[in-house]
Design a protein around this ligand. Structure first.
Ligand code: GH3
Ligand code: MG
Length: 433
């Protein structure tokens, strides 16, 4: 069996088009590439023949295309695939689920909890990043003296560091755009129109490279010259002639500290994501909305694009809780969240404002599209069936170019429209006047 491969491809083999779409969008959002299959036989053929190398596979218990045995399918996939194999199924029988896991399924998700699938993809991609990163250490060497470049490259390769060698500052910038580099080693007197100093300034200006350490190699030995280099933003200075054993240790040390820093940053981002999410539904929370809304309003003004705000509230939700219990009510809330996800784009902001009230922000969405979406969301909720129970919801819709209007005004107007939708008989949307 092959080990994990990093091809960015994620296979989707599901019998529901709606779920295929949502999973596919989530995969793209996390910068993987969805590959949709409609036949288990074809997927197994492609895996066996190695014409397809994938990182993730999502499949449903009722396989599309053929009435094949899904346990047999799992076993066949496992003969040639070692990565996560994820089942999306409403199967609730624990013994059956265990059977799948014994045969090689990594995890099982309910189609009603697509939020958990999305959260899996998010965790997987950040884990993958760390793994890929650990496998290889790469130094970008910018040096126009070929003899020096050869000696340095050899000494770094001897300790397992891959070296990408370029001659000019411009080439270095191009490489940085396309390759994952852990450290830059730059000779400060360079051929071409870009000196080492200009290169450092360009790197430091680009936010994605803020944590990238740069070591300067220089023929100057005077402390004042070194000070100058350190002031431009290099992490350390190495004098020529280069003492190779010291260079090796310095490179290793800087690569390690960069990795620790990156790991901390990604952990911090993950924590921030948790702080901005509602645990029950996986949607964003109020704090997230308030953090994002100012830039969203600015974009609407700058680009003169209409911004749609929907406020949605479940109808008579109290009686759902009263009749079926709070836990059942929670499942209804999760289901409503999925109805919202199915009908929006990944970049739209879906918020659980609190209780059974939700907000949806759609950037660059003209009124006609917003009305269409409102209709679809209301219909999806109306048709959703949680153990035979149906609920409806009401929606207030506002759609306009922000033009200096503070969010509190937007919110008030959409909320008033929501109130009017309730007054008007519920299970409908009303456009804010
Ligand atoms: P309306 O159609 O006018 O909106 O009526 P409603 O019953 O939906 O509104 P009301 O504000 O009277 O009741 C909202 C209910 O939502 C009351 C509260 O117990 C319930 N609720 C709020 N948060 C949660 C939650 O996290 N889980 C569950 N199960 N219920 C919740
Ligand atoms: Mg309500």
């Amino acid at each position: 069996m092959d080990g994990l491969v990093y091809t960015k491809k994620a296979v989707i083999l599901l019998n529901s088009r709606a779920i295929t779409r949502v999973v596919s969008e989530a995969i793209e959002f996390y910068q993987l590439e969805p590959v949709v299959y409609d036949s288990p036989t074809r997927l197994i053929e492609d895996l066996t023949s190695k014409s397809l190398q994938v990182e993730l596979i999502f499949f449903s218990k009722n396989l599309p295309g053929a009435a094949g045995d899904s346990l047999q399918f799992v076993k066949s996939v496992r003969d040639s695939y070692g990565g996560p194999l994820l089942l999306i199924s409403s199967e609730e029988d624990v013994a059956n689920i265990e059977h799948f896991v014994e045969c090689g399924v990594t995890d099982v998700f309910s189609p009603n909890e697509i939020g958990q699938v999305i959260s899996f993809i998010s965790t997987y991609t950040s884990y993958r990043q760390t793994l890929m990163y650990d496998g290889k250490q790469t130094v970008l060497l910018v040096e126009d003296n070929m003899a020096t470049a050869r000696v340095i490259s050899k000494s770094l390769e001897d300790i397992g560091i891959e070296v990408l060698h370029v001659i000019t500052g411009r080439e270095a910038l191009t490489v940085l755009h396309f390759e994952k580099v852990d450290l830059v080693l730059v000779d400060f007197i360079l051929e071409g129109d870009m000196t080492g100093t200009t290169l450092v300034r360009n790197v430091r200006r680009t936010s994605q490279w803020h944590s990238l350490p740069i070591l300067a190699i220089t023929g100057y030995t005077e402390p004042v010259r070194h000070l100058e280099l350190l002031r431009t933003g290099v992490a350390d200075v190495i004098s020529k002639p280069v003492e190779l054993s010291i260079l090796q240790i310095k490179c290793k040390n800087w690569i390690n500290s960069k990795r620790t820093f990156d790991l901390l940053m990604s952990k911090q981002a993950a924590l921030l994501d948790i702080a901005h999410r509602d645990e029950l539904t996986g949607l964003h929370n109020r704090a997230h909305l308030y953090e994002k809304i100012e830039e969203i309003l600015k974009r609407s003004i700058l680009k003169q694009t209409p911004l749609a705000l929907m406020m949605l509230d479940i109808d008579h939700f109290k009686s759902v809780n009263d009749n079926y219990g709070h836990e059942f009510g929670d499942r209804v809330l999760q289901r409503i969240a999925d109805c919202m996800r199915h009908n929006t784009r990944v970049e739209d902001i879906l918020v659980r404002m609190g209780g059974e009230e939700f907000a949806i922000i759609l950037e660059n969405c003209p009124m006609k599209d917003a009305e269409n979406k409102a209709d679809k969301i209301l219909a999806d909720i109306r048709n959703a069936n949680v153990d035979g129970v149906h609920v409806t919801s009401s929606l207030g819709l506002l759609c306009q170019i922000a033009d200096g209007v503070p969010f509190s005004e937007f919110y008030k107007a959409a909320d008033k429209a929501l109130y009017d939708a309730k007054e008007g008989g519920r299970d409908r949307y009303v456009i804010a006047s």
